[in-house]
Design a protein around this ligand. Structure first.
Ligand code: FAD
Ligand code: EPU
Length: 338
């Protein structure tokens, strides 16, 4: 196993934070994972698993071992009459996998096209977009427990999936490496267009509703709305949309009639954090190289040389202003590596 020393992480995190790590290695198979966890480099250092780096914020140099997961492969493991079960390597690029699934007549993931990052990180925060969450298509998650060195398979119901949350962000945080994710995708088109903007976009493209046209519409909408990390450093939504009691939501709505919220259960409402932040006047704000995107207030950006500390300090000011104005707490979605 090759370990590199003192490498720059700037190109390995989409925020483009200019930090280094003490040790770095890539793993391309389960055997290589085992070989790393048996190494002196692993035993003598803290560790972090990194995939596409599109949901991490480094506050400083990482004084440990970064293990980048590059396990590839897509394999059909079961054909059913209505669906196909696939086993996909954690290191496969998410968007390429979505395109591949559509090309192979499998439906379900098209609403989540163009989400950056890799397959192995998708269960971490139960990625979601345009009315769909990945938990609806995950059968199970495979990995290696880094303490016991044993392989495990966790079925969907044991992953504690919630909105932008799972067991991997809590009980299993830093204790495992996800090596494969098993998905069940539909052989008949699902055609989920309940997110209004998709329908409008497909209509304006003049296309019939299909997995392909939904994918195209999502790509178009996302390209218009979200900044490209290749152009300006960001990790997508910096905060989660807060879920509050519907009675609190209705109280706030009396004062702020335009507040944007979506009913998530009989008693709870999810509030658009982008709207809250926007109302506090942050959109387009810039202090040094840390800023808030000019079109989407939920996205914090690095204009070039912002440090992780500068981004986090801006995020705290934003949280406080939202709290002061609306009495609502907003929490980071990003994984902060301190
Ligand atoms: P990383 O950033 O490398 O890792 C994220 C976390 O998972 C870290 O804590 C890491 O330690 C852990 N991890 C990663 N891989 C493994 C593994 N194999 N085993 C164990 N732990 C692991 N997210 C959404 O949900 N919906 C969106 O619409 C969306 N849009 C985005 C748009 C932009 C422009 C950007 C930059 C980001 C967006 N995101 C979105 C966030 C991000 O793309 C997702 O969270 C994605 O799943 C992160 O994947 P990654 O491979 O980059 O993970
Ligand atoms: N809004 C404003 N001002 C802003 C930003 C948003 O008023 O500056 C309003 C919009 O007008 C809209 C509402 O807020 O009425 C929601 O905005 P949008 O549709 O852009 O979605 P979002 O809630 O900001 C969420 C996800 C995204 C996902 C999109 C589409 C979270 C935290 N974010 O964003 O996920 O792509 O919906 O489904 O749930 C991510 O997780 O990184 C991410 C990008």
């Amino acid at each position: 196993m090759d370990f590199e020393k003192n490498i720059s992480l700037r190109k390995l995190n989409t925020f483009g934070i200019d930090v280094k790590c003490k040790l770095y290695c890539k793993v391309k198979s389960v055997e290589e994972v085992i070989s790393v966890i048996n190494s002196e480099e692993y035993k003598n250092n803290s560790h972090l698993i990194l995939s596409g780096g599109s949901n991490v914020l480094f506050l400083k140099d990482y004084e440990g071992l970064i293990i980048q997961n590059e396990i590839k492969g897509k394999e059909i493991i079961e054909e059913k009459s209505e669906s196909t079960i696939l086993r996909v390597g954690a290191g496969e690029n998410w968007h390429q996998f979505v395109l591949w699934s559509i090309k192979n007549g499998l439906s379900g993931l098209e609403n989540m096209a163009l989400i950056p990052g890799n397959v192995g990180a998708s269960p971490m925060q139960n990625i979601g977009a345009y009315g769909v969450e990945v938990k609806d298509f995950i059968v199970s998650v495979e990995g290696v427990n880094l303490d016991t060195k044993k392989s495990f398979i966790l079925k969907n119901s044991d992953c504690n999936f919630e909105y932008r949350d799972s067991i991997f962000k809590h009980e299993l945080k830093e204790k495992i490496i996800i090596t494969h994710v098993n998905f069940e995708l539909s052989k008949t088109p699902i055609n989920n267009t309940k997110y209004g903007a998709i329908k409008e976009e497909i209509r304006s493209l003049g296309l019939p509703v299909s997995a392909e046209s939904i994918c195209k519409a999502v790509i178009n909408i996302r390209t218009r709305k979200l900044p490209n990390p290749e152009v300006i450093g960001n990790i997508g939504s910096f905060f989660k949309n807060p879920v509050i009691s519907t009675s609190d939501f209705l109280k706030t709505q009396k004062q702020f009639s335009e507040i944007v919220g979506y009913k998530v259960s009989e008693t709870e409402t999810k509030v658009a954090a982008g709207w809250l932040i926007d109302q506090c006047g942050w959109k387009g704000y810039r202090k040094g190289d840390a800023g808030v995107h000019k079109n989407q207030a939920l996205v914090l950006v690095n204009h070039g040389n912002a440090t992780g500390e500068e981004i986090i300090s801006l995020s705290k000011e934003i949280q406080q202003s939202v709290k002061n104005k609306f009495e609502i707490d907003i929490h980071p979605e990003v994984n902060i590596i301190g």
